[in-house]
Design a binder for this molecule. Structure first.
Ligand SMILES: [Fe+2]
Length: 273
């Protein structure tokens, strides 16, 4: 097996934080304290990268909320990537988080190819509950290029994709019915097209539950929220527990992925379910 990198990489995923400047304790959950715990837990693990996969805002994101978040992120002391969720406002991201998030006529969404921690990663913007046609074309072209490189032996063939919504659905009765990604299947079809050369790992959130799904060459990890978890087995919205969690994502020198869920050690603290 060809060694593709000299270094392993550790990423921390934090998702569905649901912060608000006025309602600081929604559903009696101390979401700001939970976020502070998540950032401190991340910092203590000396990650190469921290990724926030959307729904930073409780309901509607704006620049004043994001400007409160920005200095908190700086305390982690490493590169940080952000994706908008359906409760965020992508147009306000650049004002708070800098030019990496600038939009333009040729780039109306926050889909990005990012070089971070020595790896190439893809970020998909699903804030509108849909993957727009331009994003699908872009994603197809990116995977085609990576498949070509893998075919030439110049890439590991293992691709990391960060997005807010799950690409693979069918594991959460309430969320699948009410708030799914409308065309996740289109993304799965594109991935499948390159199954000879590529294995795609998806890191997502939005469903407020922990889940792993595999379909052909797509392996998807849905990561719990730092706000609350939702019962996947009931058709109505039901809170499963109020314990926050984050995911550690480690890549070895061959880009093979292993992940671990981390929860607060002190379950008797403010995070009791
Ligand atoms: Fe969401």
């Amino acid at each position: 097996m060809v060694l593709f990198h000299n270094e392993r990489v550790r990423c921390i995923q934090i998702t569905d934080i649901h912060l608000d400047l006025n309602d600081r304790n929604p559903n009696e959950v101390p979401v700001w304290d939970n976020f502070a715990w998540a950032l401190e837990a991340a910092r203590s693990m000396s990650p190469d990268l921290v990724v926030l996969t959307g729904d930073i805002a409780l309901d509607r994101g704006d620049v004043s909320l994001y400007q409160e978040v920005n200095p908190l992120l700086e305390r982690v002391g490493t590169d940080t990537l952000l994706l908008p969720g359906n409760h965020d406002n992508r147009e306000e991201f650049a004002r708070a988080f800098g030019r990496r998030y600038r939009l333009g006529d040729d780039q109306p969404y926050l889909d990005r190819t990012v070089e971070s921690a020595g790896r190439t990663m893809l970020l998909l913007d699903t804030a509108d509950h849909v993957v727009h046609t331009g994003t699908l074309l872009w994603f197809d072209a990116r995977l085609a290029g990576l498949a070509d490189a893998a075919g030439r032996g110049e890439h590991s063939g293992r691709v990391l994709v960060w997005m807010h919504h799950p690409m693979l659905s069918g594991f959460h009765r309430f969320m699948d019915t009410n708030y799914p990604l409308k065309n996740g299947d289109d993304l799965v079809q594109i991935c499948r097209r390159y199954r000879k050369f590529l294995a795609v790992t998806v890191l997502c959130g939005h469903y407020h539950t922990e889940h792993r799904a595999v379909e052909e060459n797509v392996t998807q990890y849905c990561t719990p929220s730092t706000y609350m978890q939702l019962d996947p087995d009931t058709p109505e919205l039901r809170i499963a527990n109020r314990r926050p969690a984050i995911r550690v994502v480690e890549l070895d020198q061959y880009d093979r992925v292993t992940t671990t869920i981390v929860e607060p050690a002190d379950q008797d603290g403010p995070f009791r379910s």
